[in-house]
Design a protein around this ligand. Structure first.
Ligand SMILES: Cc1cc2nc3c(=O)[nH]c(=O)nc-3n(C[C@H](O)[C@H](O)[C@H](O)COP(=O)(O)OP(=O)(O)OC[C@H]3O[C@@H](n4cnc5c(N)ncnc54)[C@H](O)[C@@H]3O)c2cc1C
Length: 458
């Protein structure tokens, strides 16, 4: 089969690239290859009763399939250059913002209309943070919620499938450069694309890394974020979440001068498992539908670790820490803040008697046996700092789940079109190291599609 453009991965990067390519009148033949299932077949077997923890499905329905890692996410589209990726470093701040706003308009068009847009502009909270040594980053955030996000994906798929060939449950094994294009090999068949966009996301990052190695595309890997997910009564953070929904707050620790930041805040949300390459870590999301609201808010506290030569395997470092928690707890560990600071593990009865009810069934344990001291000290300092702007954060009953890891993987050497040293081969979204969020990944897809169209398209 011959295509003008082959896209690997149907996450936000791949979806919005396909969408934008279909807007041209060139009648391009576009195919999207996705290792996971189509949207309606994506079902995680964990039901909290018969299946309580990750069973390691061949294709993880949380991470893979139409919609990518974002399909069951909270659908928070942060429009900002301050976090979520470094797309602006390649294409300029204004262009990056315009693309993110364009993606927002498409989300509204495909079912997100009526969802709320929050903004940090002109807020008193910024002042409150500064007065307490905390820094609130600027952003507007569209909160679709897991339910509306799903509807938007359903609608985009219904629109795209009319013109785009989708191959689901079709993992692309290899991509090789040949005269006139790229030959991809998937499910015992070969397909040729004049151009090829790789958007394999976080779950496909190892595969993308080996692809870069084979094609001699330069990469570097030096960052990983490690931390915990905090869960507390929604009231504690309500003055922040009611006004901003998501607040990205950064704190510099007094002890080591490390930066600790809040990440992925989910008012009235749930804490969930995340499976990356067989390693179970923690994440969170929430629903727009009030009936699905819980009494808790959760968010991550992360510390960024940057490594220098000769160490290159920052992901391996993060994985080893996550593996330790999996080894001790068979998955994610949960600990009361009160237990952590008293130097004792949480056990089933302490969690049972805790005032904050956990929304994820995790194994009670001791995070100090898992997390490096420097990182854990930073997190504890940040919890006390947050307690000043949101009293109650440092309560004994606050729950900490570990480990939350943000894998950044490699940063691929790309030009301003996100094109590799192989003409017509683009690497976008989270697997490129350029993006780490829905907004940025989607915007990178639109950007590359426009570059292809400007360049003739065929
Ligand atoms: C639980 C959860 C909640 C999140 N919440 C938010 C949020 O609220 N806001 C936010 O900004 N971000 C959030 N994120 C992160 C966000 O989902 C990602 O940043 C975003 O999905 C990245 O998009 P992507 O297209 O680069 O990759 P992905 O979404 O990871 O998609 C990549 C796709 O490629 C497929 N693939 C990989 N390799 C191959 C191959 N070789 N062949 C075929 N297919 C392949 C995968 O199956 C996957 O479906 C969340 C992530 C998770 C897991």
């Amino acid at each position: 089969m011959k295509y003008d453009v082959i896209i690997v991965g149907a996450g936000p990067g791949g979806i919005f690239a396909a969408y934008e390519l279909m807007q041209s009148d060139k009648g391009l033949k576009v195919a999207v290859f996705e290792g996971g299932h189509m949207l309606e077949q994506r079902k995680c077997p964990i039901d909290g009763e018969k299946v309580k923890s990750c069973v390691g499905c061949k294709s993880c329905s949380i991470m893979n399939g139409f919609g990518g890692a974002g399909a069951f996410s909270d659908g928070k589209y942060n429009m900002t250059n301050q976090f979520g990726g470094t797309l602006h470093e390649y294409i300029g701040k204004e262009k990056a913002m315009n693309l993110m706003q364009y993606v927002d308009s498409l989300n509204l068009k495909f079912g997100g209309e009526g969802t709320k847009l929050y903004s940090t502009a002109n807020t008193e909270i910024k002042k409150l943070c500064l007065q307490n040594g905390l820094h609130l980053l600027d952003a507007s955030v569209r909160h679709l919620g897991t339910d509306v996000n799903y509807i938007v994906l359903e609608n985009i798929y219904a629109y795209l499938k009319q013109d785009v060939d989708f191959y689901f449950d079709t993992f692309v094994e290899s991509v090789r450069a040949e005269e006139g294009g790229y030959v991809i090999s998937a499910g015992d068949r070969e397909y040729v694309g004049e151009r090829c966009i790789i958007s394999a996301g976080r779950s496909g990052s190892k595969w993308a890394e080996s692809l870069c190695e084979k094609l001699q595309i330069k990469t570097k890997s030096n960052r990983v974020d490690i931390g915990v997910r905090v869960e507390l009564p929604a009231e504690v953070f309500s003055h922040l979440t009611d006004e901003l929904y998501e607040s990205k707050i950064v704190y510099r620790t007094a002890k080591f001068e490390d930066l600790v930041r809040t990440f992925c805040m989910n008012p009235h949300g749930v804490v969930v498992n995340e499976n990356t390459n067989g390693i179970v870590t923690v994440n969170g999301h929430s629903y727009e539908d009030r009936e699905k609201h819980t009494e808790n808010t959760n968010f991550a506290l992360l510390v960024a670790k940057h490594f220098s030569e000769p160490f290159r395997d920052s992901n391996g470092y993060g994985e080893s820490i996550a593996k330790l928690s999996n080894m001790l707890g068979g998955g994610v560990l949960v600990q009361r803040f009160g237990d952590l600071i008293r130097g004792r593990r949480s056990n089933a009865s302490r969690i049972q008697e805790n005032f904050v009810r956990p929304t994820l069934k995790a194994t009670p344990g001791d995070l100090s046996l898992v997390m490096p001291k420097r990182i854990l000290d930073g997190i504890i300092e940040m919890i006390y700092a947050l307690d000043k702007i949101a009293p109650g954060t440092a309560n004994d009953d606050t729950l900490l789940y570990g480990v939350e890891v943000k894998f950044y993987n490699m940063e691929v050497e790309l030009d301003e079109r996100l094109e590799t040293n192989h003409p017509g081969l683009y690497i976008i979204g989270d697997c490129s190291g350029v993006t780490h969020s829905l907004s940025h990944a989607s915007a990178s897809g639109v950007h590359v599609a426009r570059c292809i169209l400007e360049n003739g398209g065929d």
